[in-house]
Write a protein that binds this ligand. Sequence first.
Ligand SMILES: C[S@@+](CC[C@H](N)C(=O)[O-])C[C@H]1O[C@@H](n2cnc3c(N)ncnc32)[C@H](O)[C@@H]1O
Length: 241
Amino acid sequence: MTIDPPDLEWLDGGVPRAGRFGDTYFSKAGGLAETRHVFLAGNGLPDRFKGGEVFTIAEFGFGTGLNFLTTLKALKALQEPPELTFLSFELYPLTVSQLEKALAAFPELADLAVELISNWRPEPGWNRLKVSGADLVLGIGDARVLIGGLTSKDAAAPPVPPVDAWYLDGFSPAKNPELWDPDLLKAAASLTAPEGTLATYTAAGWVRRNLQAAGFDIEKTGGFAGKREMVVGRKNAQSVP
Ligand SMILES: C[S@@+](CC[C@H](N)C(=O)[O-])C[C@H]1O[C@@H](n2cnc3c(N)ncnc32)[C@H](O)[C@@H]1O
């Protein structure tokens, strides 16, 4: 596999849009606020960080790294942050200059963005980076393929602790069905800790059904910026081995 950067268009406010998928990486109404509402609050974060020694988050679609950096920012505000493992997957990694341009829209994250970008040399397969003390485990390639190495505990795949919280952040399900695939979500459930949770901005009916079939109890809650609904979930007791 060779690295295939995305073809980006830039909308007003510096919001990147992937030509291949016809969708934006984050909300035009505010990427940082969207991440905090959907992915952090949707998973009960940062409250769940408190008091623990380790915490593992996994994400489908690393994109600009906005979710990752926003999470690091929340950790930095804590007196005794847990050690974070952040597992993410990306098929079309941004170039350094694309990352710089995308993250320039978030001055609050500037220091963390510099640290990420100075370490940014994605290679196909598994990459491990330390950013602000967190362990970023980045699978460069198709998440549907890479996740098989984790579930089968392939020697080439890195050991990842059970996932406490999922950020399900593919492009819209209609445009990027690969990241909402039933087998991918089943694999995600099998990597999830007994009390593990998920959050996603979409409430599409077939995505909800795939999540339930994978072993998550889900509920709809209020979305970001006037969106009526988003979905949060928790691994259900029956699917815990
Ligand atoms: C909405 S964006 C993610 C935004 C990101 N979480 C952020 O903080 O900027 C969706 C991402 O999923 C990636 N993607 C799409 N299909 C994929 C696949 N099959 N495997 C891995 N990544 C994929 C896209 O390239 C894109 O970067």
